[in-house]
Design a protein around this ligand. Structure first.
Ligand code: ZN
Length: 254
């Protein structure tokens, strides 16, 4: 039974002590199955517990109910270093929202608006924007999955008429690949420089909108690629949502 619950809620590597089904929520008490922890300062294992506490974090939605984890977190004491440290718990970091929940939020945002997801998951739009921003930061572009012919869309976006940033999309597959923190040519140049050499010849074309002149940077990296001009397009729903939710003073993803 425990195994079923672990799989159902993606709690691999954790011990589930109890599960409580309430009208609008499911609460799972979880903890690390280990009775010792490795000291991050000297690497030795210790069993001395300095302090225990419980933290409630959002974990996702199951059958319309909000799933919470009550995580027991211990601070251990290392006799050698005379220091205390917090134990590492798989799938959980220091945030109030679990990694699983963040994944769910990003998936939901692909098909619904910020407002809808915000209501459904009971988190603010700002939190959602932060989750999305972070998700994109850690997102590695899988160039190999884009096939033998890649067409990049390079679009400038402004929000509230102030800051500009660039989105990079795969035009034919309608996939958002990256959001660059500003609209400078240098930033685009750096982004192109990071594209693996074996991928560059596969980039057959770049679409830019009528206003921008990134032509030189494109020519530098992909001399054979065609350059197409087209009016500004809303190429990807998620990019547009992201840009709308972006706080105006935030300089974007590094
Ligand atoms: Zn130590």
């Amino acid at each position: 039974m425990k195994k079923v619950i672990k799989n159902l809620f993606n709690l691999q590597g954790l011990w589930v002590d109890s599960i409580v089904w309430e009208e609008n929520s499911v609460i799972l008490k979880v903890r690390s199955p280990r009775n010792s922890a490795k000291c991050p300062f000297c690497g030795r294992s210790t069993k001395f517990i300095h302090q225990k506490r419980e933290r409630k974090i959002k974990h996702g939605i199951y059958m319309g109910k909000m799933v919470y984890l009550l995580v027991k977190i211990r601070r251990f004491y290392c006799k050698k270093c005379k220091k205390t440290f917090r134990e590492e718990i798989p799938i959980i970091d220091r945030k109030r929202i679990s990694k699983e929940f963040r994944k769910t939020a990003i998936l939901e945002l692909k098909t619904q608006s910020f407002n809808e997801v915000s209501k459904k998951l009971n988190v603010s739009s700002n939190t959602l924007a932060r989750i999305l921003k972070e998700g994109l930061k850690n997102y590695q572009i899988n160039w190999k999955n884009l096939g033998e012919e890649i067409y990049l869309g390079i679009d400038e976006h402004s929000f509230r008429g102030q800051d500009l940033l660039i989105t990079i999309t795969e035009v034919k597959k309608q996939k958002l690949l990256a959001i660059l923190p500003d609209d400078r040519q240098k930033t685009l140049d750096e982004f192109f420089s990071k594209i693996p050499e074996e991928i560059k010849p596969k980039i057959k074309g770049c679409c830019i909108d009528l206003k921008v002149s990134y032509k030189n940077v494109i020519k530098k990296h992909f001399p054979k690629a065609q350059i197409g001009y087209r009016p500004k397009l809303c190429v990807n729903l998620i990019a547009i949502k992201f840009i709308r939710a972006y706080p105006p003073k935030d300089k974007g993803i590094k």
